[in-house]
Every structure is written in C-alpha cells, then in structure tokens.
Design a protein around this ligand. Structure first.
Ligand SMILES: [Zn+2]
Length: 365
C-alpha cells in the first residue's frame, strides 16, 4: 500500500477529527498522490478517528463517520465503506432505507400491529417489495395466534404470584414450614415430644400450603405447554411465508452491500489514478482484524466470530489479505452477500456487487 498522509484536529473525548487524507503511491514509475476526502467525501461529513473503535461506524442520526486509526489497507477500506453510507444519505431512496436499518427482529416474535407497521414502512421505503410482503390472511392468522398468547401470559402471571404468596407464607419467619424446621433442628427428642402438638400443627399447615401450591404449579406447566404450542405455530406460520426475516432485514442487507459497492468503486479509482492497490493482500496482525476475518470463514455475527477468535489456531495469527477481502468478510457477517433481488425503485443494479475479482484469497501462511 502507498503512504498515508493525514491531518487531524485536536484530541477530544470523541477522538480526533480527520481534516485531510492523502495517499501517496507510484504509477508507471512516477510518484502519485490522491486526495481521498475529495474523492469519497464530497458531502464533507465529519470523520472522527477514535482509538476505541474496532472497525468503523456510520452514525445514521447525526450523519457522521467514526473509524479507528488508519494504518492498514483494510482500515482505509472500512473508511470508504462508511463514507459509502454517508453517500447514500443524500439519495432519497437510500435515505428512506436508512430509516429502516437494523430491522431484523424475528417476525414470529413480533406483535401483529408492529409487524403490520414494519411491512407498511418497508413497502413505502421499497415499493418494489410489495409483492413479497405476506398476504392479508397471514396477518389475520398471526393476529389470532398473538391474541391467544395474551390471556395465557396473564393467567401465568397470576398463578405465579399466587404461588409466591403461598411460598412466602410457608417460608417467611414465623411461617409453619420455618417453625417446623426450627423445632426439628434445635430441640432434643424429649423437648420435641413436649411440643409435639405444636410441631404437628406446623407440619399440617405446611402440607396444606404445599397441597394448595401443587395444582397452581400444574396449571403453570399447562399454560407453558399451551404457550409453546402457539409459539411453535407462529414460527411455522412465519417460516411458511418465504423469507419474512430476509424481508425485514432487507434494508440492512441492501445498504451494507451498496456501501461496499461504493467503496469498491472508489478503491478501483484509487488503483487507477494513484496505483495504490487496496485489492492486493498484505500482512495484517490478528489483533487488528479478528481471526474469523483472516481465516475468511463466513461468520454469523459478532458473538460467533469472537468465539471463533478465542478458539482458533494461534498459527493463524497473521495472514495476508486485502481491504477488499475484509469488506467481503464484513458482508458475510451481515449475511448480506447472497443474492437478494429486491432493489429500491428506479435503481437498476443497486444492491448488487460490482464484478471485481479478488486476486489472491487469503492463503495459509
Ligand atoms: Zn456498513
């Protein structure tokens, strides 16, 4: 990679603001220089360099970018990806999608009114997806099942609190169970014999309370079974509907893929103009990327990849990979790399990756 020239503002609690960023390279034997902010930050969004960020963040609300210190090719690639989100924010179709970012809750666990509102907003943000949205009968059935859950939850609550009252009665100081234990544990057999009547009374009362609790517990078990049945039906219902979850997470997938697409196009320009190649693998220490990225296995999410990091072979500590490899890996963690054919209105190929071939996947060191 070429040399990075950058200027930043003073250190604040957020980090240092990036004032200028240039890459110095070489092309056809001639020195080159390219202004990255002029290329990829035409709207001049605020960019903060923060030490405590692992990769990068685009803040959808205040429309600013934060990235970690720029040291490796993939740091630059991440910055370009975040600037891709900033670039999306000025295009109405994408701005509408940005409002839906992160909507990937399990539809089988969402109240029907919320689900209906989700779908209405989705259809508004992405008119093309109307035909993929579930039919009216789905929402009706979903609503009925959800409705059945409410009273069951209430019934369970009331049984649980009755059990609690009875348990407290049996256990709290002075209660029969407690008194009985004191009598049993602290009196000699002779003393106990003298207070036999008191002991028997406590025992009887404690048994009565247990008898009262038993049917309540059985009731709770029954309610749990019914609740599980309904939840299972809800799950089956949402599973039958094709890719409902994919639909609710579509804005996130599309925005991620598109931000990476924009980053990749800028990376191509940087290669063309300055001869600095962010597609070229270079050595990156493990602690800077996480092993799951280095081994390039698709990871399901942050938790799984960090578990993988913890158990992976230390021999894999350093690998060669490029900024492009890193962005592709990041798309995997969003499950956003597979084809998803929904696209915002009026855009032909948005959401699809440009056909850039990564030369040299990470190989064993
Ligand atoms: Zn992103």
């Amino acid at each position: 990679m070429g040399k990075i020239l950058l200027e930043t503002g003073a250190n604040t609690s957020e980090g240092r603001q990036l004032k200028s960023l240039k890459l110095v390279g070489e092309k056809d034997g001639m020195p080159t220089q390219i202004d990255i902010l002029e290329l990829a930050n035409p709207h001049g969004v605020k960019i903060t360099i923060a030490e405590d960020i692992f990769t990068g963040v685009y803040n959808f609300e205040n429309k600013s970018v934060s990235v970690r210190p720029l040291e490796y090719p993939h740091d630059l690639a991440v910055l370009l990806h975040e600037l891709g989100h900033a670039d999306q924010a000025v295009e109405p179709e994408f701005a509408a999608l940005q409002d839906e970012y992160g909507g990937n809750a399990d539809p089988s666990e969402r109240p029907t009114e919320w689900l209906r509102a989700d779908f209405e907003r989705l259809a508004k943000a992405m008119p093309d997806i109307a035909k993929y949205l579930p039919k009216k009968s789905f929402l009706q059935e979903h609503g009925q099942l959800m409705k059945a859950l409410g009273p069951l939850a209430e019934e369970k609550d009331s049984s649980t609190s009755q059990v609690k009252v009875l348990r407290d009665k049996a256990d709290s100081s002075g209660g029969p169970a407690w008194k009985m234990r004191v009598l049993e544990q602290h009196l000699t057999p002779v003393e106990l014999e003298v207070r036999r009547e008191e002991y028997e009374k406590c025992k009887r009362e404690a048994e009565e309370i247990e008898q009262e609790i038993a049917p309540l517990l059985a009731g709770i078990e029954k309610i749990d079974a019914q609740t599980n049945d309904i939840k299972k039906k809800l799950k089956e219902l949402t599973d039958q509907q094709t890719d409902l979850k994919k639909l609710t997470s579509a804005p996130t997938s599309i925005l991620e893929r598109d931000a990476t697409k924009r980053a990749v196009l800028w990376m191509r320009k940087i290669r063309e103009k300055a001869g600095v190649d962010l597609f070229k693998p270079s050595e990156v220490p493990k602690e800077r990327v996480g092993l799951s990225a280095i081994t390039s296995k698709p990871a399901a999410g942050a938790c799984e990849s960090s578990i993988e990091d913890g158990v992976a072979d230390p021999e894999d500590a350093t690998r060669e990979f490029s900024g492009h490899d890193y962005l592709m890996h990041a798309l995997d963690t969003y499950r956003a790399r597979k084809d998803f054919r929904v696209k915002p209105k009026g855009k032909d190929k948005i959401g699809f990756m440009p056909s850039v071939k990564s030369k040299g996947r990470p190989k064993k060191a």
